[in-house]
Design a protein around this ligand. Sequence first.
Ligand code: GLN
Length: 493
Amino acid sequence: MDLRNAPAHTIRDAIRDGSIEARAVVESVLDAIARDESDLHCYLHLAGRDRLLEEADRVDEARRRGDPLPLLAGIPCALKDNIVVKGMPATCGSKMLERFHPPYTATAARRLLDAGALITGKTNMDEFAMGSSTENSAFGATRNPWGRDRVPGGSSGGSAAAVAAGEALFALGSDTGGSIRQPAAFCGVAGLKPTYGAVSRRGLVAFASSFDQIGPIGRSVRDVAMVFDAIAGVDPRDSTSATREGGGTEETLDAGVAGLRVGVAEEFFREGLDAEVARAVRRGIEALRVAGAAVVDISLSSSRFAIPAYYIAADAEASANLARFDGVRYGLRRGASGSLGGMYRATRNDGFGAEVKRRILIGTFALSSGYREAWYERAMKVRSLVAADYAAAFEICDIIAGPATPTTAFRLGEKQNDPLAMYLSDVYTISANLAGLPALVVPCGSDRSGLPVAIQLTGRAFDEATLLGAGAAVERAGLFSGGPRADGGEHHG
Ligand code: GLN
């Protein structure tokens, strides 16, 4: 088996039936890390090599003894650094939390550990998940394995790049406005933002609580389904988690799409969408039609207000959530010898990067008295309109297909000094977060320089099964070839 490119579910099955040893799997991931990590910088923290190998040996011994193995036994995975794991740092890509050690483990991470997965480390991200390129990390950017002069997307760029480069077999990211899907699209891997509430947020450091969701990034749609099934479901310790059992999506993955109604909004194919991306996405839609789906026209006209509404509403929530970083309770403390206000100011001034400060200022302004109605409350109205548009669309279709990103991976530095251009990279992903709906990206082609293009599928709330089934059908069409190259594709330069 070609461990470097095989999907995680194949490796899972091989470990379980004894045709491959967990040790060999871990070694192949460690080799990829040794080869590429110094250049790609996917990780902010790596688990110890010896510990991972010991854990792998325990899986192999258990199998030899004939003990039943949990579902993800011996599968190495990476977690975004805003998902807390006891015994590992959780910096959120911020100087503010550089020395913070969480006292507990996030529910989603706990479920992976209980399923036998091995955590390789914590991945790089835009500071507090604010960004679309991973360049806002206080610890340096991650490079895209498909072209090392390119960003991996963000904010879960480290997770997506790690999976693409074989430095983990799957990863968890978090998605507030597109941070699982946009980097997955840029790195040629599959990524799912679950329905709001489908996966517990306990132990996910909050950015915008009414938007944030943890979700899987994997080499195949089945990998994503497998991980979603493992982490989904009610968590009594997260009051926003949905009171229903999650999962079960892997079983129905091959059901096919005969009779499925796929909604396509022509608005998405106009201004701002790169022609090569449009072509590849249309091929993905055509693949669904050929597989038996019916393509129907829909309209999502309020989505044109999604970006401004999101950046007001999410930043408003962020300004409240990030108030806890005051030099007293977590991580960094500066100016402690002066006044209390002076300590707050010095801590935040040194601890937060420019983008985080910008978001806090925008959010505080949007909530301030006299401006709240004009900004925050209007954003809430747009949020309702977007949800109503989706509800109307789902009267006539079962899933919605369209682009995931307006372009393929852009160059490092290209948008770093232009926040509005950066915000536009989320134009297709944000609406699903406003409405709380599940959305999946699946690679469906490449542009002229070989960079991956993805299609985005959006579904009804809690209907991840249909979404993943459709994603599997796109994948079966074989529009996207190959795994990422080991050499990093300098010819994209
Ligand atoms: N790129 C968007 C932002 O900067 C989305 C981030 C996210 O989903 N965490 O807010």
